[in-house]
Design a binder for this molecule. Structure first.
Ligand SMILES: Cc1cc2nc3c(=O)[nH]c(=O)nc-3n(C[C@H](O)[C@H](O)[C@H](O)COP(=O)(O)OP(=O)(O)OC[C@H]3O[C@@H](n4cnc5c(N)ncnc54)[C@H](O)[C@@H]3O)c2cc1C
Length: 373
């Protein structure tokens, strides 16, 4: 009973894999891409997970991350709100962070199978994954950590898959003249962009937009000119930066809908269990935290050579997850409504500018307490 299959080697999957392998399980991770690789993500990580990441011993302290403790938000028309980020965060590319975690997991003995999983079958109390030409993998426990949306969601008939997901995400790495301890959020009609520093004096520039924006124009570049550049701050940022990728990285169909935590005994964590709006800047912290909660539940419920009580394990995980995250995800959906249109974002920025205590409360609502290890 002590082997575990994990589908998806992002932050949630890698965190679970490391903790479970360290606790005597034999973990196999299925990942469809080869590390290191870029992902659409703002790459601002809330400090709540920093100590925990240090405890995983994969070299986070030497990674060259930047320290971020100031926030500036501009409304669609360019009105500006400035605030301190009391708990703050750090900036590190996913290219580097995921690769470092992968190397740590590998050094602990986690097996990596670089293939896309197209099907997972549960029968006779066992999960089975077949990779044509590679073999059949079997385990009593399987974790789905495959991110916000995957082919498997359709196969598993998850209801959120059939609801509209009208957002797209775009990301660049740039060199620019901005303070290194600042995260800047700039709103535009139907979306918002974040820019903050990562390692090697680079910045990550990433935005979320309603898909409807893109449909009106011939492509990303024209949409940026016509929609994003209405915010003078964004226009100036794009005009005065050096873009380091040949093309932007783009993803579609981003959903913030409520999701299930288990499906036919498959255990979900990270974005596949629920995604917070990127505006809150802590999807990564939640992915890492949920990977840890799930590993903790498995470690405390799966005892070697004794029978697996699935119900107890699933209930324990659901209880822990709801306690930590359901309020934060709800707050994220609410905060997203405060931005994105000219009128509402102008009003929000003006009101919050006069009420620093309320601003701090809003930031606090989406951030969690320090994750202990
Ligand atoms: C536009 C945007 C900006 C964001 N900005 C931030 C930010 O600044 N700060 C922050 O904290 N969060 C941010 N987030 C959220 C953050 O990126 C996610 O919450 C986080 O990446 C979730 O981690 P995860 O491990 O659940 O999924 P992922 O990191 O997406 O990993 C899932 C993995 O599963 C693999 N996979 C998928 N399907 C299969 C399959 N069938 N077989 C095998 N492998 C598979 C994928 O290749 C991937 O590697 C942002 C998100 C978006 C969309």
């Amino acid at each position: 009973m002590n082997n575990i299959l994990i589908i998806g080697g992002g932050l949630a999957g890698l965190t679970s894999a490391i903790l479970l392998q360290q606790n005597g399980f034999e973990v196999s991770v299925f990942e469809k891409k080869k590390y290191p690789f870029h992902r659409v993500c703002g790459e601002y990580i809330s400090n709540e997970v920093l100590q925990f990441l240090e405890s995983l011993n994969f070299g986070i302290s030497e990674s060259g991350y930047s320290t971020i403790n100031r926030l500036e938000v501009s409304s669609v028309s360019g009105k500006i709100l400035k605030a301190e980020l009391p708990s703050g965060g750090f900036g590190l590319s996913r290219f580097k962070l995921d690769h470092l975690l992968y190397q740590r997991a590998k050094s602990l003995g986690v097996t990596f199978i670089f293939e896309k999983v197209d099907h997972i079958n549960f029968q006779d109390d066992k999960f089975r994954i077949t990779i044509p030409g590679k073999g059949e993998y079997e385990s009593a426990i399987a974790i789905a950590a495959y991110g916000k949306r995957s082919n498997l969601d359709q196969k598993l008939n998850r209801s959120f898959f059939y609801r509209r997901s009208p957002y797209l995400g775009v990301k660049y790495h740039i060199r620019t003249e901005l303070a290194e301890n600042l995260i800047r959020l700039d709103n535009f009609q139907g979306g918002y962009s974040g820019v903050s520093r990562i390692e090697d004096e680079k910045f990550c520039l990433c935005y979320l937009s309603e898909t409807a924006n893109l449909k009106k124009y011939s492509g990303i570049a024209e949409m940026e000119e016509q929609v994003l550049f209405k915010n003078p701050r964004l226009k100036s940022l794009f005009r005065n930066s050096e873009f380091l990728f040949e093309n932007p990285i783009v993803i579609n169909e981003i959903s913030f809908a409520k999701k299930t935590l288990t499906e036919n005994h498959l255990l979900f964590c990270g974005d596949s269990a629920g995604m917070i709006t990127p505006l809150c800047g802590n999807g990564m912290a939640i992915a890492i935290h949920s990977g840890k909660i799930l590993a903790d539940s498995i470690i405390s419920h799966v005892k070697k050579d004794s029978e697996l009580n699935r119900l107890a394990l699933e209930n324990d995980y659901k209880l822990r997850w709801e306690k930590q995250f359901s309020l934060r995800l709800q707050s994220g959906r609410l905060i997203q409504k405060l931005f994105g249109s000219t009128l509402v974002s102008d009003l929000t920025v003006s009101v919050l500018g006069k009420l620093p205590t309320l601003t701090q409360k809003l930031v606090k609502k989406t951030h969690g307490d320090t994750l202990m290890y």
